[in-house]
Ligand binder design. Structure first.
Ligand SMILES: Cc1cc2nc3c(=O)[nH]c(=O)nc-3n(C[C@H](O)[C@H](O)[C@H](O)COP(=O)(O)OP(=O)(O)OC[C@H]3O[C@@H](n4cnc5c(N)ncnc54)[C@H](O)[C@@H]3O)c2cc1C
Length: 490
């Protein structure tokens, strides 16, 4: 058996949920170790757009919006539609009731937001967006964790839970080629994210076709769910996911706006500007963000844009979602083809290329200005084919049988490469309202807590800003519970 290290509370995963759990436990006096498999903290939290939905925020009050957790709880099923009956109403109540305080906690941690923005069927504006980008969550929460005395260890890949007489007492992990055992008196909080990039779990819950599709976050491999299943836990809503979605390839180094340092003064200055500077002046800034992070609208295909692969063959967009077909194309990528007429149409309302609902809309010119790497314009089809490296004869053949046939000598546009990805999935462990992981008989597994995507518990988080809200809320609460258990055990 490897030599072991003992603490009060062990947290597996350093995204939003894990950091929140570690901070809460440490601020309650527990000795906390946070283990992260990657070289840096962040997870999907750092990939996110950064919207957080909450009621009774200072931002809502400033905007004269009266809101409360009950209304939030009542509005959320409107996003779930026919799936609403599969929701976990109790966890939804936990989330909505805790969010006013969690939002205040994020502000107190130094994180700044713009908003609120409307997003029906929310009856009032509740969606807030982090400034300047989602790295701010990790930057400010890591600093708070450090101040609270959390020991953060990176490059530690936790692969198994250690149990004794039915109680989880620690984990086994690999650290730079060495096996380690970490023990905890209060418990283990699993906050290891979702399984959007775990082929085995996706095959099991969503089918083989889904298993072949990659995720935005390549290290979201469902380790927490898998480890917990080995000690009798159960995954719920494993078949539900956001995706596959067609998305533009991200820019090589990430846009400068997404690399802005998450300093508090900068975020405050941005918040001030958003509140006081006319929207028309801010639009160019918003566009840089929108064209970096978002998906091309399906309306492009509905209006007649064509999807082609790199061999110049057409990818069917008429029967079913083309996102399922892209992974079977060479290099798993494609291009969205627009003729002159369509390009004109997607240059003004109501035909946008991308949107962050309620925040802003990006048109073709925004892509031309901000993403020349994915917006190719050429004087005719032949030149366009050469620009994107597709055989011109093949492209000519595809277009020959479409409404574009007459316009191939006019300017043409190709948007891409685009690929299909899963953004996040809903398959978390079944947990109770204290975030204790339950076994298949519905009994709590002693010493084991789960938070964020790993501990989603059947809660449906449709609509924007609810996944991050759950990560922070459930993380904080699981950390508090584990710290209390550690206190009682001494
Ligand atoms: C592109 C994108 C945009 C999004 N935008 C939004 C948004 O605007 N609003 C919103 O609410 N939600 C959004 N989401 C979803 C949201 O980001 C996630 O649901 C949320 O961040 C999950 O937080 P988490 O802490 O549970 O997991 P994560 O943030 O993924 O953290 C999990 C951590 O655990 C670590 N880990 C995993 N396995 C192990 C292991 N075996 N050992 C040690 N460490 C391990 C991972 O490396 C990672 O650091 C978005 C997601 C994506 C991908």
């Amino acid at each position: 058996m490897p030599p072991s290290t003992t603490c009060d509370v062990l947290v597996v995963g350093g995204g939003g949920a894990g950091l929140a759990a570690a901070i809460e436990a440490a601020e309650r006096g527990a000795e906390v170790v946070l283990l992260e498999k990657n070289a840096a903290l962040g997870g999907s939290t750092a990939w996110s757009v950064g919207s957080v939905t909450a009621s009774q925020t200072p931002h809502q009050r400033r905007a004269g919006i009266e809101d409360n957790p009950l209304h939030h709880w009542q509005d959320m099923p409107g996003f779930a539609g026919p799936l609403a009956s599969r929701d976990n109403d109790d966890l939804r109540r936990v989330l909505c009731e805790a969010m006013p305080e969690t939002f205040a906690w994020l502000l107190a941690s130094g994180i700044r937001f713009m908003g609120p923005m409307p997003e029906p069927p929310h009856r009032v504006a509740r969606m807030h967006n982090v400034l300047p980008n989602s790295r701010a969550f990790i930057y400010h929460l890591s600093r708070r964790a450090q101040r609270a005395g959390v020991r953060v260890v990176t490059h530690v890949h936790v692969h198994a839970l250690v149990s004794e007489r039915g109680e989880v007492i620690g984990v086994d992990a690999q650290h730079l080629g060495q096996t380690q055992r970490w023990l905890a008196t209060g418990g283990v909080v699993l906050a290891a994210g979702d399984f959007t990039n775990a082929a085995d779990l996706k095959a099991r819950f969503m089918g083989e076709q889904a298993a072949a599709i990659e995720a935005v976050n390549p290290t979201a491999t469902g380790d927490g769910q898998r480890m917990a299943e080995a000690v009798g836990a159960q995954i719920v809503n494993g078949d539900l996911a956001l995706g596959p979605e067609i998305r533009f390839m991200p820019p090589a180094r990430g846009h400068w706006l997404l690399r802005l340092p998450p300093w508090r003064w900068l975020a405050s200055a941005m918040a001030w500007a958003i509140a006081h500077v006319p929207a028309v002046l801010l639009r160019p800034l918003m566009m840089k963000f929108l064209t970096t992070a978002l998906a091309p609208s399906p309306e492009l295909f509905a209006q007649g844009a064509l999807l082609v692969n790199t061999a110049g063959q057409r990818v069917d967009t008429d029967s079913g979602d083309p996102a399922w077909r892209l992974p079977q194309q060479p290099g798993k990528v494609g291009y969205v083809l627009l003729d002159h007429e369509l390009a004109k149409r997607f240059s003004a309302w109501p035909h946008f290329v991308s949107t962050a609902p309620g925040v802003a809309y990006a048109y073709l010119d925004d892509y031309r200005r901000n993403r020349p790497d994915v917006c190719h314009v050429a004087p005719n089809l032949q030149a366009l084919a050469r620009a994107i490296g597709v055989p011109p004869e093949a492209l000519q053949q595809v277009v020959a049988h479409t409404h574009m046939a007459e316009r191939t000598h006019q300017p043409m546009v190709a948007l891409g490469p685009v690929r299909a990805v899963f953004v996040h999935n809903e398959g978390g462990l079944r947990v109770d309202a204290q975030h204790r992981v339950l076994n298949t008989d519905g009994q709590a597994i002693a010493g084991l807590y789960a938070a964020g995507s790993t501990g989603q518990g059947g809660l449906l988080l449709k609509g924007h800003g609810h996944h991050l809200a759950w990560a922070f809320t459930s993380g904080r609460r699981a950390g508090q519970m584990a710290a209390e258990r550690a206190r009682l055990s001494t």
